[in-house]
Structure formats: C-alpha cells, structure tokens
Design a protein around this ligand. Sequence first.
Ligand code: FE2
Length: 301
Amino acid sequence: MKDAIDIVVISDMHLSRARPFFQFNWEMTVERLCEKPPALVLVIGDIALDGSHHPDDLAFAKAQLDRLPCPWLNVPGNHDVGNNLPDIRGEATINAERLSTYRDIVGADYWHHDIGQWRFIGINSLLCGSGLPEEEEQRQFLQAAISTGENRQLATLYHKPFCHGAWDEAPIGQHFWFPEARQLLLPYLEAGQIDLQISGHLHESRLKVIEGVPNLWIPSLSFSTDMTFDWRPNLFNGRRRVGLTEMQIAGARWSAKTVEPMELLNTDISGWMKGGSLSTYSKFAGERPFAGFTHPGTTAE
Ligand SMILES: [Fe+2]
C-alpha cells in the first residue's frame, strides 16, 4: 500500500529468566525486528511464563520488550495478571495485588494509541467480571477512547478473543469472553464503531469476519499445543504454528499477513497438557528453581 505504516503484532511469548524455554524464538524475533524496524509493535499478552506467581517473569519480559527497536504496547494475558473470573480452568485469578504488580512492572494494562488514521485501543480482558474498581474505570476509559476517536478507524485489542463465531454465542470453556463480559464492547460493535478486533491467547492464527467485523487472531511466538490434532480437537479452525503478524495501515485501509519465519522453533507442549488440566503446565512453569541451574540475575528462592 502506498504511504503505508508498518506495525508488527506479536503475542504469547511466555518469557522467563528462570525458565527460558521459549527464549530462542524471542531472540530470533528481536533480530528480525531490528533488521527492519516497524513503526510500532503491538503485544497481545502472555508476555510472562507465569507472572501470576513470579513477578520476575514479568520483569524479565518487560526488559526483553525494551530491546525492541521501536515503541511497543502490551495488553496483559492470563499468565501476566491471572485469569478472568469466574475461573473454570483452575488457574490463578486476577486480583488487586496481581494487577498492581503488573502495572508497577510493565505499565498500563489498558490504553489507546493513535498512529496514522488509526486508533488502537488496548483492553485488559482479564478485568472483565473481576468486580475490581479498575473494571469500571476501564469501562469509562473505553467510552472516552471511542467517542474522542470517532474520526478515526478504531481497532480494539485484547488477550482473549471476543468470541468464536457470533457475538451472542454461549461460552466455549473459558477460551473467549464470557457473554456478560461482551456487554462492554457490544454497543460499539453494534453501532459499527469498531473496524477491527485483534486477539491472542489461543496460540492459533486465524482471520475471520464476524458480524461484519474482521477478527484477527495473532499466533503465539512460544509454543503450540497438539499441532497435529492427535488429542485436542480442532475446535476453532485456527492454525497451530508459531509466528507473528505484519500489519500495514494506510489511511483508512489495513492489511495483515501472518508469517511463520523458518528459524522459529515450533515447540509443541502436548506432553505438558495432555493430562487435561493446567497442573502440568504449573509444574514446569511454577516450581523453581531448577536444581543446579543458575542464570545471571536469577535469585534462588
Ligand atoms: Fe499464552
């Protein structure tokens, strides 16, 4: 596109100083972005391996993002601030302490950013249903961000995808926004005020127009789960490979291309997850340190 502005969108890096399982893909991504810096990097959450229990994972992830050759903005994921309520997955959940830790270490959990003709509005989707005072503050922020951005194209970003295929669909596990939480955005979607929705979380990439609004799913940079569909059904019709999404905006137009650079490692954590619960993930991500493992900057607990 003529006079296009380059933006790169990444998600789900799951970084950790003490448990650097996925650091290689991050190093390759930093190299790639330094070779051809975009104007902006948008990050869609789960920057940390297990930030809910280990703030150092968040501190490390923040330091890694600061290596990027351009400005970046992140919306938190469930592995950064805890899962949204009501939790049906057995995860650590969002609370005042986790939210404040995230804000202290990483920065704002909701924000808007104007670039070209576009306004990107980042939303903390884990706040929805929390009952924390910040949930109402975010609602008011969103209202203001949309009304003052009425002359712009608006894209909303959140870790968990808004829905699978319809705005009024029933919950599918806890993979998407719960129906009650969708009320936050529905008035603006129904009024045609949102031009694009961007999300991560599923570790699957997909582009699908839902009720007239394109929904862009950003792939994970760290791992996929059951790439070969041996045991986890292909429920969402996304693509289970690691990668990143290169966007361009020009005036009111946009385009996006998800790329899977050949140097990235497609780690499949099926072995961790096959038991059907998150407990195995927690074993790998949550119990530390490794016996005999030290890393510069790691403090043994
Ligand atoms: Fe993730």
